[in-house]
Design a protein around this ligand. Structure first.
Ligand code: GLU
Length: 511
């Protein structure tokens, strides 16, 4: 494929939903796969729905995920400006061309008249009342009014919109990359507004004009736009751009975890997982929604998870870096069927990425967190050791601080079940012998600790395996946890030894 140019075209009407990020990602992967360009276009023609901060949020999200555009409002490019509000002057000429060619018309209907039309149709049991090939003949527009009247109204400054004139009884066809041939009869389409009374184009007109002028080759977007696609095809035809029409790919819907309906913010809130990539402060409600980032997701993990929402590599492999995704990605492997949002799977990806990360990446935060929240000082070396120990078992990096406390604090309470089952007369004796041996072993390694434990206890006629859980109990207070011998290594021989002895005292006093 040559000269691939795709765009992510969000409207800054609120926080970018996780589904929007999936759209951006698929565009990015497709662009990179074919050595094409990934473009960001801000579709802000709907002034009423404009939300302050939304555009920044979109850009911050792409940056955090490492999928920044090559052309866009900040990057610039040959086909700018990339914000539709800055392209206002461009659109009118195309609307006028459509009118001149008889493919669009002026409509002067007031909101009250439109409402009355809908009421009338509803009474006549029309299920889906709309301004279309039939109803337009009864409304106030340049198809029903005389030329003089139209001119008079326009000269008079009467508000008007420009609507597309949907042809009667035609079939519109498009070949979607995901869905194959889609056929729609124009009977079901309505005469959508192309230019609003405020002089701004609607999404439909601006989108088509910009995709054309920006030489977009593929339109990859969510399935919710599929119903608009026939209208877009008609616009390409009417504007004489049919030969250069981009290819469409409508990505499958992202469904609620139970598969019942589309994933919404409400559904996510209810199920207790984030829907926004980053924290989103809604300036209208004052509400802050926690993001995936702030929950503790690594961007690589989120990206990997999102790639599987509607795509699969056709193999068993699940872990893919962004680069690998680019190599493996194929539009042929995008699914048609809706895809369930499985938050546990997202967490699983995060765990895998944490496990595979360099422990140093989390050390700074651990050191700071320990000092700030617990007044504990920790060296870099120790922090790295602790993270090495714990990273197999966390879902989010922010668990490191709390989970590492066992390495700094003498246990004061002990897992009751283990105490009841295992704390017999022999346990303190055997563990005391080990503690004595440990005392002198300052720079002990995990491996050394293990040998020492087994050899010491065996020499005394004990079966060391029987005391593993009580050893954990006296070292951490818990019945299970991360590798015990590494805990001894991190504590150091003397420290571990003292801890064992103190715990034995505490346990003996308890019983
Ligand atoms: N502005 C539209 C949106 O908010 C873009 C749809 C498209 O990609 O055509 O999703």
């Amino acid at each position: 494929m040559d000269n691939v140019r795709v765009r992510f075209a969000p409207s800054p009407t609120g926080g970018l939903h996780i589904g929007g990020l999936r759209t951006a990602l698929f565009n990015y992967l497709f662009a990179k796969k074919y050595n094409g360009k990934f473009i960001l276009r801000i579709e802000d023609t709907d002034q009423a729905r404009f939300v302050e901060g939304a555009e920044e949020y979109i850009k911050d999200t792409l940056t955090w995920c490492g999928i920044s555009p090559e052309e866009g409002p900040d990057q610039g490019g040959e086909y700018g400006p990339y914000r539709q509000s800055e392209r206002k002057e461009i659109y009118l000429q195309y609307a006028e061309k459509l009118i001149a060619d008889g493919n669009a018309y002026y409509a002067f209907d007031t909101p009250e008249e439109l409402e009355a039309m809908r009421e009338r149709l509803k009474e006549g049991r029309v299920v889906n009342p709309q301004y279309d090939t039939i109803t337009r003949t009864t409304m106030k527009n340049s198809l029903t009014l005389t030329e003089e009247e139209v001119k008079r109204r326009i000269d008079n400054g009467d508000p008007y919109v420009i609507r597309i004139k949907i042809p009667k009884k035609e079939e519109v066809r498009l070949n979607d990359m995901v869905r194959g041939w889609v056929m729609v009869h124009t009977e079901v389409l309505d005469d959508k507004v192309l230019m609003k009374s405020d002089g701004m184009p609607t999404y439909h007109l601006a989108n088509i004009v910009d995709d054309h002028l920006m030489k977009i080759t593929h339109v990859i977007r969510g399935e919710e736009w599929l119903p608009s696609a026939p209208l877009h095809v008609l616009l390409y035809q009417f504007l004489g751009w049919e030969d250069e029409m981009p290819q469409f790919a409508h990505l499958p819907l992202i469904l609620k975890p139970d598969g019942n309906g589309k994933l919404s913010k409400r559904a996510a809130d209810k199920a207790g997982f984030p829907i926004f990539p980053l924290n989103w402060n809604d300036p209208e409600t004052g509400e802050t929604s926690i993001g995936f980032k702030e929950t503790g997701f690594l961007p690589e993990a989120l990206i990997n998870f999102l790639a599987f929402l509607g795509w699969n590599p056709g193999t068993e492999q699940e872990i893919f870096s962004l680069e690998e995704l680019v190599n493996e990605f194929s539009e042929k492997r995008i699914n048609k069927a809706g895809t369930k949002f499985d938050f546990d799977k997202a967490k699983w990806f995060n765990q895998q990425y944490i496990k595979a990360s360099n422990s140093k990446d989390f050390a700074d935060d651990l050191i700071k967190g320990l000092t700030k929240e617990h007044g504990i000082e920790c060296t870099l070396e120790k922090a790295v050791q602790i993270i090495d120990l714990l990273k197999e078992r966390v879902t989010y990096p922010n668990e490191f601080v709390d989970n590492s406390l066992i390495l700094f604090n003498q246990p004061q309470s002990f897992d009751e079940k283990v105490v009841r089952k295992k704390w017999d007369a022999e346990a303190p004796k055997a563990l005391m012998i080990f503690a004595e041996k440990l005392k002198a072993a300052e720079n002990i390694t995990a491996e050394h600790a293990k040998t020492l434990f087994w050899q010491t206890l065996e020499a005394e006629g004990y079966k060391p395996g029987q005391f593993m859980q009580t050893l954990r109990l006296v070292l951490t207070g818990e019945g299970s946890g991360p590798d015990l011998m590494t805990i001894i290594e991190i504590l150091g021989g003397e420290n571990a030894s003292n801890r064992i002895k103190l715990s034995i005292d505490l346990l003996n006093n308890q019983s």
